[in-house]
Ligand binder design. Structure first.
Ligand code: AMP
Ligand code: MG
Length: 367
């Protein structure tokens, strides 16, 4: 299949959609209307969209990604009223969260209506809904005249895509079109909150943080076990996607996080030294401050290590923004061992640490 590319030139240059951009989004929307697949930018990561009401479109999304068919898709809307079509029961808490955080990086899970095909929800009676804030996503959904099922636009098992180049790498020839809107602002997938129980439950941390949700609701949210650590065999996570190994880089990865005032850089060197001696290609993914410390501690060793910077240690937004790209780079470069610096585990740092821990297969050293 030939994959068309729609480059949103004005949006990439000025951050707002121009007339040509809108015309391209109309063309992309026409593809969606006909049951085709379009990868498009959102503020979190790129999505691989298809008409959520067409079972065939959903089936094609699973096929294009190589995604297991029991891993449900998130349905993207562009107007609050569209939620009524999808969700059978909307609690006052859900309405409050929608009013506060939509459009934005929050996905909520509801009991589904009859309108939503099981193919879109991975066989579940619930549906995950999100209202993205990215202007291109909003226009694309609006022009499609429907609501759009979209998981992250990566091949199953690879990192989520945060730039059009990543989508091309994974999906060229497998989808009808890719809309290039530049880098995704946030770079981590949306927060997922299950609203079907008595109390909201956090199924995946994201940029709408647990702290923000608790502030809005006035009480604490429960956190699903799959967020905290590896699940024991036979336990089913609430978000089926969390049971899959998800993304782990080709390299073995260890995460090193400061908890008791220890030195991350010293622990990193300790982890890397035997790997270098064993002849493996090593990389560190760390802050500028940490990289400076590493070079000061052991300059000769650091000459043999690929350093991938996540920005200043204080800037968690920047680290979240680049992390998937850096992991993709490590894969492309044939890195065999990665030592990554952890962040604090509050607010956006909780979402970043969740992705890092999964990439490291939960191998974390606290210092
Ligand atoms: P992705 O779009 O790749 O981030 O994947 C969507 C995520 O949403 C996966 O982890 C799914 O398991 C989760 N998800 C989608 N629909 C539901 C649902 N109805 N209930 C629980 N989790 C869901
Ligand atoms: Mg995904």
């Amino acid at each position: 299949m030939e994959t068309k590319q729609f480059i949103l030139e004005d949006y990439k240059k000025n951050g707002s959609l121009g007339g040509d951009d809108i015309a391209k989004l109309e063309e992309a929307a026409a593809i969606l209307k006909k049951g085709g697949l379009v990868a498009f930018p959102t503020e979190t990561v790129y999505g691989l969209g298809g008409d959520a009401f067409l079972p065939d479109a959903s089936a094609r999304i699973y096929a294009a990604k190589g995604r297991p068919s029991d891993n449900p898709l998130i349905v993207h809307i562009c107007r609050l009223e569209q939620l009524e079509m999808l969700a059978a029961r909307i609690t006052p808490e859900a309405r409050k969260l929608a009013e506060t955080y939509w459009p934005g990086p929050l996905t909520m899970v509801f009991e589904k209506t009859e309108l939503v095909p099981k193919e879109t929800t991975g066989g579940l009676n619930t549906v995950a809904v999100r209202f993205p804030s990215h202007p291109a996503a909003k226009v694309l959904i609006e022009k499609s005249g429907t609501v759009i099922a979209a998981p992250s636009a990566n091949l199953s098992g690879r990192p989520s895509t945060t730039a059009a180049a990543h989508c091309i790498e994974d999906l060229d020839g497998r989808v009808d079109a890719i809309v290039d809107g530049g880098d995704c602002r946030i770079g981590l997938e949306s927060t997922i909150l299950d609203m079907t129980g008595e109390k909201p439950q956090l199924l995946r941390p994201g940029a709408v943080t647990a702290e923000m949700i608790e502030n809005t609701l006035g009480y604490s949210v429960e956190v699903d076990a799959a967020v905290k650590g590896p699940l024991a065999e036979g336990i089913r996570p609430k978000a089926p996607g969390m049971k899959y190994r998800h993304y782990a880089p080709k390299a073995e990865m260890v995460l090193i996080a400061e908890e008791n005032g220890g030195s991350v850089s010293e622990a990193m060197l300790e982890a890397i030294r035997p790997e270098l001696e064993a002849g493996r290609r090593c990389a560190v993914i760390c802050s500028e401050e940490c990289a400076d410390e590493l070079r000061g501690l052991m300059p000769e060793l650091m000459d043999r290590v690929t350093v991938k910077l996540t920005g200043s240690r204080k800037n968690i937004r920047q680290a979240a923004h680049v992390i998937f790209e850096l992991l993709r780079e490590a894969d492309a470069e044939g890195i065999g061992f990665i030592a990554a610096e952890g962040s604090r585990e509050r607010e956006l740092g909780a979402a970043l640490m969740n992705r890092l821990k999964k990439a490291a297969a939960w191998r974390v050293i606290y210092v």
